[in-house]
Design a protein. Sequence first.
Length: 213
Amino acid sequence: MDLTEAMRTMNACRYYRSEPVPDALVLEALDAARWAPSGSNKQPVSFVVVKDAGKRRALHDLYQPIWDGVMQKYASGEIAQAFKPGFLQHVDHFAKHLAEVPVMIVVCVAFKLITAVDANLARQTVSGGASIYPAVQNLMLAARNAGLGTALTTLLCVAEPEVKKVLDIPGDIGTAAMITLGWPAKPFPRELHRKPLADLVYLDRYGARLARG
Ligand SMILES: Cc1cc2nc3c(=O)[nH]c(=O)nc-3n(C[C@H](O)[C@H](O)[C@H](O)COP(=O)(O)O)c2cc1C
């Protein structure tokens, strides 16, 4: 499919059909991931494809209480809700049915192959992620090209030690995300809801708009 169309319609898929995904399609998506850029081309990312039902259940059992904690914070007002109506129900459905998604892909990272050049600034470090998430996006776009739905989540990183036990991930490797993958139960959107270009592009000076709104 056209690349731009894939980008504009690759939503967070939270409803899946139960049919298995052919291994060849999973591998095709993973093959796209390996072409992503990384700092000094060190390629720190690897993937654990989780198809085993018991392991998917174990990952669900780790994910659910973390999500429940987030839900409680929304319900109590501790975190402000700025979502479209129904959003939380979709995310909640996704959490409850996580173990039924046929494929989960845990994104692993070799920290010794990553340099966080911004680590000494007085703010959160983000630059290390630049060697990880391009591969994730490649994977998800390739899946979209094959008609497969994906959702990117990072909540399981909270339970990284337990996730590592479930999947035998070695000590020097971390987890950066978990991607669900399967046949979508709902059609892809015609177009995602995103900010207009004018709200995020500036010329020469932050705040000086380049594009018209
Ligand atoms: C870092 C990150 C973490 C996310 N975590 C979750 C999650 O825990 N549960 C979930 O259902 N979606 C999760 N998402 C998906 C986002 O909610 C989704 O990308 C966003 O709402 C836009 O959705 P759309 O592409 O369908 O428009 C996550 C996305 C990102 C990038």
